[in-house]
Design a protein around this ligand. Structure first.
Ligand code: HEM
Length: 109
């Protein structure tokens, strides 16, 4: 998650000028790609009051949300290679939304 945090912050400064920042953007996005895969296979702290079935669904949802995050990161890699600032800005917004959804649903207080 620390790598995701550094990545998300770093991206913000770079996405407006993808041609100038292409190498840096790719480096950051690739490290976030790896971090999202690691988070996806990690076992997050579980909520306490769920039935066995609901807990199984909770884990599926956690994984699915990180799959969405990974998809957005790959979209940003593609937009970087095409130097498409508009597509990068849209995907960056999506990244923030998925992060928010992931934390609301899966981060325990
Ligand atoms: C760009 C996207 C994201 C960023 C920048 C981010 C950042 C962070 C940070 C800084 C923390 C607290 C420190 C840490 O535990 O390392 C954290 C915790 C956490 N995040 Fe994320 N996150 C992102 C996406 C997600 C998504 C999509 C999910 C769920 C599907 C998620 C689930 C969690 C959980 C469960 C914790 C608590 C971990 C624990 O208590 O061990 N995050 N995240």
């Amino acid at each position: 998650m620390g790598t995701l945090k550094r990545g998300q912050r770093g991206l913000k400064k770079l996405i407006a000028e993808p041609a100038e920042n292409q190498a840096k953007l790719m480096e950051m996005l690739i490290s976030m790609e790896a971090a999202s895969l690691i988070a996806m296979t990690a076992k997050p702290p579980e909520p306490k009051d769920l039935s066995e079935t609901d807990l199984a669904l909770w884990h599926v949802g956690y994984r699915q949300t990180l799959t969405n995050l990974l998809g957005t990161i790959l979209t940003m890699e593609d937009a970087t290679l095409r130097t498409d600032a508009k597509a990068l800005a849209a995907a960056y917004k999506e990244l923030g939304k998925t992060k928010k959804a992931g934390h609301e649903e899966y981060q325990q207080d």
